[in-house]
Structure formats: C-alpha cells, structure tokens
Design a protein around this ligand. Structure first.
Ligand code: MTE
Length: 326
C-alpha cells in the first residue's frame, strides 16, 4: 500500500452492541433520533445524517455460518472516518472529507463477458429481485488493522445468478467508477494508480456464500466513503479486494488484472487471502490492530488464517501453495 505504517487513530467511544441492536426497534422513526442512538455522543457529519435507513432481515446469530460474530463492533465513527478509498486521496481521513462530492444516484451497472444476460442494469432493478439482509463481518486490511462491521446487503452469488454466467466464466472482475470530476484522487498527478480501480475473484470464490455485496452498514445506506452505493465485501481476504462503488462486472476466462497487483506484484497477489504465515515483504501479518486502537491502547490481536473464516473457505484452496498464491 502507499502508506507504510498507518498512523494510530484517536480512540472513539464504543457504541455498545446492545445500543445498536436496540436501535433496530426504532427503525422507521425519525432518522435523526435513530442516528443519535446509534452513534452516541460523537458528532455526525451532515452528509452522514442524510443517509437513509434501510429495511433488511436482521442477522441470525449463528456463528457457524460465518455470517455473524459477537466480537465488539467497531464504532460507526471509525468505520466511516478511517478509510482507504484512493479515488478521494491517500490519507485515511480524505474519503470522509471528499467522498460527498460523488453523485451516487442514479447508478447503473454494466454486465459484460460470458453471461446469458449482459447489459446495463439500473441498481434499483437489481436490488428489487434480492433479499436484503445483515451480516456482521470482520474486515482485515493488509495494513494490519481490522474492524468488525454490521453490513447490510445481499450475497454476491444471488446477484451473479441474475446474469446467468456461462461455463466459460471462470473469473469475475469488478470495476469502480471513473469520474475524475467528482473523485479528486483520480485528478491527482502524483497518484500511481492506473484508474479505474479493478478487482477480481475466481468464480467459486465469488459464489461462496460468504461473498457479499454491501449497500449499507449500521442499518443505514453506505456512506460514500465506504463505497456507496454498492461495494464488495470478501471477509476472508485483505480489505483491498473489497472494491467500492462498482459500475462494471465482467465475467472472464482468465485471471483478471487487479489494481494492487498491477501496482506492486511482489507485495499484493491476486488471491490476497488473510494469512498470518505469509508476511508482507515490508511488515508482519501475524497480528492486527482492532480498531479503535491508540498508541497507549493498541488493541492488538493475533491474526487468524482466512481471517477466522477457514471453516467456510479453506476448501477452496485445497492443494494450493498459499505462499506462492498469496
Ligand atoms: N475500492 C476502491 N475503489 N478504491 C480503493 O482505494 N481501497 C480498498 C478497499 N476498496 C479501495 C477500495 C482497501 S485498501 C481497503 S482496506 C478497503 O476498501 C477499506 O474499506 P473501508 O474504508 O470501508 O474500511
């Protein structure tokens, strides 16, 4: 990543899960009241206040599925204020500062490649056919910090099925919006990223039940800085696989190009599975700072293989040398 050693972020007050869960009972009441309940005393940016409450099936507290963890949730303030979204700058605070400049409505998604139903789809038409649900996932960044986030969205597999991929579709590539007028990082002359941001998954990874498309978090629409209106969440892979603000999905036969791999192949592989046994060439991946984390209270925990989702996904990589396919 461009940032070698992420700076410690100031501590935030933790929103106890009980407060968040109780909050669901208030769905439908005034947005302001709901926001205050969720986020407590922290000041909310005006843009976040305007985010709509979503309706969704609350998470089932079944840890075996991998859809749920009872670990302490990372407070909303950290989830929405400490971001990587290089289209808006390289600083962790840049996305929260500048992502409101992006227009996310109307939004459509182009579907290309080996599918029976290619075309350009309005996001609302895709969503209308899907069951919207909640999942509580860990997200582990390659920079060795992590969060626990209550996402709202749908399984990636359920969306892919709508487009009917053919037998030739072995991989799926995702692409982020390219709109330099509204994304100041794309206007930057110092950026080494070749826009648009692209990511990819093997087809069986994409169809795994854990792979998720998020439209919201903490019960509300995604803040722009977290990838509105639609972003991928692949909880057993490093965070950079979880591409934001997707406008194109391409079904292909060969392993597709991915942004970080193109930038520095020796450091960022295509697979990018969370793996404490394979260090990044410049730092260890054995442990992580669970946010919120400060210099005095680093909240450091050991990193688990596949970010703790080995039971659900390890079989996808049977027989593969994971130090070679990193
Ligand atoms: N998607 C796009 N389009 N651009 C980005 O810069 N950063 C990635 C990923 N998705 C990124 C992106 C990285 S490095 C991480 S760690 C996660 O988004 C961060 O997600 P969050 O800011 O919602 O925590």
């Amino acid at each position: 990543m461009l940032i070698l050693k992420p700076a410690d972020i100031p501590s935030s007050e933790i929103t106890p899960e009980s407060i968040y869960l109780n909050r669901r009972q208030f769905m439908g009441r005034s947005l302001l009241a709901a926001s205050v309940l969720t986020i407590g005393k922290q000041a909310l940016a005006e843009t976040d206040m305007a985010l709509r409450d979503l309706s969704f099936k609350p998470v089932t507290k079944d840890k075996a599925s991998g859809y749920y963890t009872d670990e302490t949730l990372t407070p909303y303030e950290d989830v929405a204020r400490y971001n990587n979204f290089y289209e808006f700058g390289t600083g962790k605070g840049d996305p929260a500062k500048y992502a409101h400049e992006l227009t996310t409505d109307p939004w459509s998604i182009k579907v290309e490649g080996h599918v029976e139903k290619p075309g350009e789809y309005a996001l609302e038409d895709i969503l209308a056919k899907l069951d919207i649900e909640e999942r509580v996932y860990r997200l582990r960044c390659v920079e060795a910090w992590s969060m626990v986030i209550p996402w709202v969205g749908f399984s990636l597999a359920s969306m892919i099925q709508q487009f009917q991929p053919t037998a030739k579709a072995k991989y799926v590539q995702f692409e982020t919006l390219y709109r330099p007028k509204e994304m100041r990082g794309q206007r930057s002359r110092t950026s080494s990223i070749d826009w648009p941001y692209v990511e990819g998954l093997r087809m069986d990874e994409a169809m795994n039940p854990l792979s998720f498309m998020a439209t919201g978090l903490y019960g509300k629409q995604l803040p722009n800085q977290n990838g509105a209106p639609l972003r991928l969440v692949v909880p057993w892979k490093y965070g950079f696989k979880s591409i934001k603000s997707i406008v194109k999905i391409r079904f292909v036969e060969r392993e597709p190009a991915t942004t970080w791999n193109m930038l520095q192949a020796s450091e960022y592989g295509f697979y990018a599975n969370v793996n404490p046994d394979v260090d990044h060439p410049r730092w260890s991946q054995k442990s992580e700072r669970r946010l919120p984390s400060t210099l005095f209270s680093p909240n450091r925990i050991l990193t688990e293989p596949f970010n703790g989702y080995g039971e659900q996904v390890a079989s996808l990589y049977k027989g593969m040398d994971l130090s070679k396919f990193y």
